[in-house]
Design a protein around this ligand. Sequence first.
Ligand SMILES: Cc1ncc(COP(=O)(O)O)c(C=O)c1O
Length: 393
Amino acid sequence: MLAERIKAVKPSATLEITAKAKVLRGQGRDIIGFGAGEPDFDTPEHIKKAAYRAIDEGFVYYTPTVGIPELREAIAEKLNVENKIQCSAENIIVTPGAKQALYEAIMVLVNPGEEVLIPSPYWVSYLPMVQLASGKPVFIPTGVDGEFKLGAEQILERITDKTKLLILNSPCNPTGAVLGREDIKAIADICRDKSIHIISDEIYEYIIYNGKEHVSIGSFPDMEDLTITINGFSKAYSMTGWRLGYASAREDILKAMQRLQAHSVSHPTSFVQKAGFVALTSPESKAQIEKMVRAFDERRKIITERLIEIPEVKCSKPDGTFYVFANFSAYEEDSFRLAEYLLEKAGVACVPGEAFGEECRGYLRLSYALSMEKITEGVERIKRALKNYEVKR
Ligand SMILES: Cc1ncc(COP(=O)(O)O)c(C=O)c1O
C-alpha cells in the first residue's frame, strides 16, 4: 500500500533509543541519557525576547519563501566575514532547520542512480535523504586508523562517472572529528577537478576545542559554485525546537530549493526568523556560545578520561561537537545489543554505533550534553555493568 520510496527508509535509531529511555523513565526508572543530540542549555534570553517582541508586534504572517530579507543579509554577511565564503543575500535560503536545508539540497541535485559519497560514520539522516532522492549512497569508511579523518585519496578511489555529490560534515556527528585546512584543501582540489558538488554541513562549527580552526570548503578558490554550505541555529544557540537553519548555494541551485520549499514547508516560522536575526547579530550571543563551549570542553575531558578507565574501551578525545564515539568491541560487536543491555541493566541510554554506519559495530555514541554529575555517574554505571558482561564474540 505504501509508496516504494519510503520502504527502504528505516526509523531513526537515535529517536528509538530516546523513546525506549522515556518508557523506562515512565516506569519510574532512573535513566541517564547519553543519547541527546541537543545542548542542555536554555535558549539565551535576548533571543527569546526577540521572538516575544516579534509576536507582540504582530509579525505572525507568511514571509518570503527564502526568508526575511534582514536575516538573509545577516547570514550572507556572516558567511563572508567568518567563513570567507563569497556570497550575497541572493544566495541564501532560510529553512525550518538545517535538516530541511540538507533535504532540499539533496532532492534538487541528485537524479535517480547518481552516486553520493558519504564519509562514514555519518549522521543518521544523510542516508535516508539520499534514498528518498533515489540516489546511490557510496560510503567512505574513515575509522580504519581510529582517527576518523577523511583522506583525499579515499575520495578519489570512489569517484565514478556517476558521482554527483560529496557530503562533508566537519565537525562530525558522531565522531567529533574536525578536518584541518590541509585536509579540506585536498578535498576541494579533487572536487574542483572532477566537478563534484559538495554539501558541507557545518552545524557544529562553533563547538570546537583545542584551538582547532573551523574551515569552510566553500572558501577555497572557485568552490563557492560547487558547494552548498549548510548551517543552523540549533546547536550554537541552543535552539533545536525553534527549527531554523539555512543554506548558501549558487543561484540556480538556490532557486530550485526555493521551489521545493515553496511547495512543501513554505518557510520557517515568521517570528523565529526575527529571533534568528538577533541570535546572529547580537554581541551577547558570542559570549553565550563561548560559555557553553567551555562547559562542553570540561565535560569532554572528563567523559573521555572516565571512559578509557574502563578496561578495553577505546576512545580518542574528539576535537569538536558534544559527542564521543567510543569503541566497546572487546565486550560486544553488536552495538544494538550492547546499547539495549546498558539501558536495561545500567539505566544508561547510548546510541548504537551501527546507526551511523555498518562498520561501526562495537561502537557507542555518547553525548555529553548533560551535567558533570550525570556524566560521571553514567560512565560509572557503564563500567559496573560491563564487569558482568558476558562477552559474545
Ligand atoms: C550533523 C547534523 N546535521 C544537521 C542536523 C540537523 O539540525 P537542525 O536541528 O538544524 O535541523 C543535526 C542535528 O542533530 C546534525 O547532527
